[in-house]
Design a protein around this ligand. Structure first.
Ligand SMILES: C[S@@+](CC[C@H](N)C(=O)[O-])C[C@H]1O[C@@H](n2cnc3c(N)ncnc32)[C@H](O)[C@@H]1O
Length: 224
């Protein structure tokens, strides 16, 4: 049985980013890049329709790359991350970012109008771990749950496959998945895929899905 704090991949994803050095490196890696701009565009499109003032959680927020952008869209933004060093560098629009685990958050059921989960799922190669994280994020979200995932489609994904084949490596992380796999994860978590956007369609493996809770899905309270 999986711990409420995630399984082996979930723990590895946390460990990978937990230290001060990882936070310092991450803070320098993406802000201001074309990738950063494309991701913001995709997220903005999937959040379009949410009213100004909507309560939006960015989890994991990392070093807060998306927080100013989300606040700039008019949302009351909150943030959380498993790494204290990441959270310490992030600045939320409303309230300081907290240290929290995506597999078991401290928030009440339906606390947010939307939740953004950027660049976490591709660190969870096992479906049961993705589903556990999605179920928890769905529990605290009454509107769109916008997640990024690495999709097995397009140039990047082809290069990933060829490299894996040629080097005979068995990657344990950042493995692109099919859209059908994400759909199955969503269903298992009581959600459905409402829409999908590529950050850079046919080139980048970074894709986004807006997930919605199925009307008859029961909200599972956080364990413990
Ligand atoms: C690749 S970074 C993405 C950060 C941010 N979303 C962004 O796009 O800039 C992955 C983040 O996930 C956090 N993380 C890993 N596992 C987590 C978990 N179980 N719960 C919450 N945060 C987690 C890490 O600390 C790290 O900050």
């Amino acid at each position: 049985m999986m711990s409420p704090m995630g399984g082996p991949s979930g723990r590895a994803a946390k460990e990978r980013f937990t230290g001060r050095a990882a936070a310092e490196k991450y803070a320098r890696s993406l802000p201001g890049t074309a990738t950063d701009r494309r991701e913001r565009r995709a997220i903005a499109r999937l959040l379009a329709g949410l009213p100004a003032g909507a309560r939006v959680l960015d989890l994991p927020c990392g070093t807060g790359r998306l927080l100013g952008f989300l606040a700039g869209l008019g949302f009351a933004t909150e943030a959380a991350d498993a790494s204290p060093h990441m959270a310490a560098r992030a600045r939320a629009g409303d309230g300081a970012p907290i240290v929290a685990d995506a597999f078991r958050t401290p928030y009440r059921d339906g606390a947010f109008d939307a939740v953004v989960c950027n660049r976490l799922l591709h660190h969870l190669p096992e479906a049961r771990e993705r589903r556990a994280a999605l179920a928890e994020l769905s529990r605290i979200c009454r509107g769109p749950l916008v997640v990024s995932f690495f999709r097995d489609f397009g140039w990047d994904a082809l290069v990933f496959r060829l490299r894996t084949l040629l080097t005979r490596r068995r990657p344990r992380d950042r493995i692109p998945i099919r859209l059908a796999a994400l759909r199955a994860d969503a269903v298992a978590a009581g959600l459905r895929v409402a829409s999908v956007r590529g950050a850079r369609p046919l080139v980048s493996k970074q894709y986004y899905a807006s997930l919605r809770r199925e009307p008859d899905a029961t909200i599972r309270s956080s364990p413990g």
